[in-house]
Design a protein around this ligand. Structure first.
Ligand code: C2E
Ligand code: MG
Ligand code: MG
Ligand code: MG
Length: 293
């Protein structure tokens, strides 16, 4: 249908034309090629402690660097990979590579950090997922407690019985579970009681209009209160301004992730940031005054 209306134009499908989303066939074909050519990369975005802004961990974000299209954003290729199953291959690679990368980050930083990895609904449902997880931990030697697996509310709600079984197995490996894009999915708060969840990531949509929006302020405050009572950690996503940062810090939000404190970056840039912050700890004021000559 898109083809008939002309070349290179964006076609918006109305619900009346419902059916499966019309994926870009050429992009899909290019994906298989891209896997063979090694065009997929991982970027890492810092997650910092709100009061000190010290890096505590990183979220792993996949990138596709196409030779002619340039950077294809994940919102375009992840849904295709989810539909054709390539996500299982890409996701397994990302999980293993990220665990290995974290060990290198820790060597540079000379302290313990954590790595957060997105797990798509299809990966989560895959029979082999626990094997993939065990392989990533064994191969990297990373202790499970330093791994956070990000899933969405939707992933939990498709099949809560299966989800509970898998989450329990993840918890046995001491990996922590984060609910990504918290508050944007269709779910009930009951799952916070039922499932072993450790982290809530407040979606960027609720952060964007802080501190001006009263409604978003009320939603964020409520999530912060809820997480305190349930002993969960909170990460605010998409923090771009000092005002947002200040607002969240005043209300006890523990972790911040956003362009203000670091964009997603290649591993070598992340390592430079870690090594710089390690060296910056010896600040000039710590030096004793030179003895008078
Ligand atoms: P997400 O997991 O919610 O990741 C956060 C997204 O917010 C990232 O977009 C990140 O670049 C963006 N972001 C972070 N801070 C800011 C900010 O201050 N301002 C703005 N405007 N954006 C910010 P990205 O990298 O484009 O990824 C989009 C989504 O694609 C992710 O959302 C996740 O759902 C999916 N994704 C990315 N990598 C993977 C992966 O390895 N596996 C799976 N299954 N999904 C992935
Ligand atoms: Mg995420
Ligand atoms: Mg998110
Ligand atoms: Mg998101």
């Amino acid at each position: 249908r898109a083809k008939e209306t002309g070349k290179a134009r964006c076609v918006v499908y109305s619900p009346a034309q419902a059916g499966p989303p019309q994926h870009d066939i050429s992009l899909e074909a290019a994906m298989f090629q891209a896997v063979r050519e090694g065009e997929f990369l991982l970027y890492y975005q810092p997650i910092v402690d709100a009061p000190t802004r010290e890096i505590q961990g990183f979220e792993t974000l996949m990138r596709w660097k196409h030779p002619t299209l340039g950077m294809v954003p994940p919102v375009r290729f992840i849904p295709i990979a989810e539909a054709n199953g390539l996500i299982n291959l890409l996701g397994a690679w990302a999980l293993k590579a990220a665990c290995v990368q974290l060990r290198q980050f820790e060597e540079v930083a000379r302290r313990s950090l954590y790595i957060s990895v997105n797990i798509s609904p299809r990966q989560f449902r895959n029979d082999k997922f626990l094997d993939v997880l065990d392989d990533a931990l064994a191969f990297s030697g990373l202790p499970g407690e330093q791994l956070v697996l990000e899933i969405t509310e939707g992933t939990l709600m498709v099949d809560p019985v299966h989800a509970e079984a898998i989450l329990t197995k993840m918890a046995e490996r001491r990996a922590r579970i984060a609910i990504d894009d918290f508050g944007t999915g269709y779910s009930s708060l009951a799952y916070l009681k039922r499932f072993p969840i450790s982290v809530l990531k407040i979606d960027r949509a609720f952060i964007r209009d802080l501190p001006g929006s009263q409604k978003d302020g009320a939603i964020c405050s409520t999530v912060l209160d809820l997480s305190r009572h349930l002993d969960l950690s909170v990460v605010a996503e998409g923090v771009e301004t000092e005002e947002q940062m200040g607002w969240l810090n005043e209300r006890g939000c523990q972790y911040i992730q956003g362009y203000l404190t670091g964009k997603p970056m290649p591993a070598n840039v992340a390592m430079a940031a870690l090594s710089e912050s390690m060296h910056a700890k010896l600040v000039p004021q710590d030096l004793p005054a030179p003895a008078a000559a």
